[in-house]
Design a protein around this ligand. Sequence first.
Ligand code: PLP
Length: 420
Amino acid sequence: MKIRPFDKKIYLSSPTMHGEELEYVTEAYRTNWMSTVGENVNEVERIAAERADMKYAVALSCCTAALHLCVKLAGEKLYGRPRVACGALQGKHVFCSDMTFSATLNPVVYEGGIPVFIDTEAESWNMDPIALEKAFELYPDVQLVVCAELYGFPGRIDLIKKICEEHGALLIEDAAEAMGARLNGKQCGSFGDYSAISYNGNKIITGSAGGCLLTNNIDDANKARKWSTQARENAPWYQHEEIGYNYRMSNVVAGVVRGQYPHLEEHIAQKKAVYERYKEGLKNLPIRMNPITHGTEPNYWLSAFVIDKDAMCKQVRDDTKAFYISESGKTCPTEILETLAKYNVEGRPIWKPMHMQPLYRMHEFITRQGSGRAKTNAYIPVVEDVGADIFERGCCLPSDNKMTPEQQDIIIDIIRSCFD
Ligand SMILES: *Cc1c(COP(=O)(O)O)cnc(C)c1O
């Protein structure tokens, strides 16, 4: 192929600044609100809540911190305040998304909980409601579910919520990737009893870092805000009754976030155009783009696809390396990602499912068929493991909203060449 590598790297998803960000940051500097207090933080909380159709937002240093405080709020609501140095979920099982970033559920473990992973449905690439029902049959005592939306393409979070309600369980929604996406007209981030959004540098809008906890309960919002600022009691000195954290968002970071919010819809439109160009440009290849579930309006954060089973060349992955055997007419994610990298283009494998991670390999994993684990410590593949299959055959495509149509056409040619 006579394509030359790009001079400037094409990223998976990089920050896109507009100018207003700098004005709010400068304002913070000029007025000397260079701390975790100030107008930008207040405004981010107001705007974030409004955009997500939730009553309250708490601005924090990152989405992982937001998820941690979600887990603490849920844990205390369900099981009461723990003794000092004891997690709020000590020894409790929690149903968690399986094919997601580890930050979705690591906070469950920070609080002593035990994640039980729920398989993914092929139709949406998100948590499978049928597997979740199965999980409640097997573990009727579970009272908490943590569910993430994948790549900004919501699955059946409405059904997940309904199942939680039927079983008296609380729902934490990790909408880190799905800000601005909707299901039946309802904003992602508004389904959970507690939800979290992210302003990490590669998300749909960014503060360089940052996140918000979202809730409709004012007492919970106030509690999270107090915990995030070292849990000081109302007293003339530093008085403490509970464990605190240094999780508050900086007013400088908040300035960037505040300047980004007016551009959320614009970023979504650009990401949608990227997705649609891939769909068109790759249309007669043996692949399937990430699915758009009926009734959803994705934010199209990352475009991705799975390669049809019979178009996969042989690919083997161990814990740290991948190998494949090139074959005419066939390819695999490893070959595609290596080829893209050769041209200075960044792709990414699908999130490796949590039940396949060394960290969580011994945890229960539940599919539509039931328990995916024999009662041993080994990982024994189950009959149908949807997450493992999407991981094996899928990859995320460069989805930067600053990529031009001309650049994307070249990337499409590079991908097509892998199938030759
Ligand atoms: C990015 C991401 C997070 C973590 O967000 P931070 O703001 O970087 O802490 C959590 N969950 C998912 C699904 C993510 O994609």
